[in-house]
Design a binder for this molecule. Structure first.
Ligand code: THU
Length: 137
């Protein structure tokens, strides 16, 4: 127990260096902590057939599910072309993260200046799609 945010930041930076992004040159790293204290990391993986490329977040969520965990406590994304840019998760990845998030889940964006922005899922994806019936009241 007790995986710190600093460890997640370090792991996201490490895995970003493994990104396969020869077409965009935009490297992204993602590290997430699940509710069993498991840490899962992934980078983006592009493909010559462009639509087949996959985002770092999608790959990290897939690794978490493959390990048997289904709740995200904290998810770190590191990327960006300039040192001041925070890589915002794309729309599809917001929905992918939302699937395994709750009100306490925090998404942290790290830029190359070491600045951290923190978001809840309600901030990243308000009024999100769900198959759950609406609650009354
Ligand atoms: N990318 C991610 O890995 N995550 C995002 O949330 C946004 C975009 C990747 C996909 C592609 O390999 C590159 O960044 C440029 O779009």
């Amino acid at each position: 127990m007790g995986t710190s945010v600093n460890i997640l930041l370090q792991k996201a930076l490490e895995v970003r260096s493994k990104a396969y992004a020869p077409y965009s040159s935009y490297s992204v790293g993602c590290a997430l902590l699940d509710d069993q204290d498991g840490v899962h990391v992934a980078c983006n993986v592009e493909n010559a057939a462009f639509p087949l490329g996959s985002c770092a977040e999608a790959n990290a969520v897939g690794a978490m599910v493959a390990s048997g965990a289904t709740r995200i406590c904290t998810l770190v994304i590191v990327g960006g072309f300039s040192s001041l840019e925070h890589c915002q998760p794309c729309g599809g990845c917001r929905q992918r993260i939302q699937e395994f998030a709750d009100a306490d889940t925090r998404v942290l964006l790290l830029n190359d200046s070491g600045e951290l922005d923190a978001y809840s899922m309600e901030e990243l994806l308000p009024n999100s799609f769900s198959l759950d019936p609406p609650t009354s009241g």
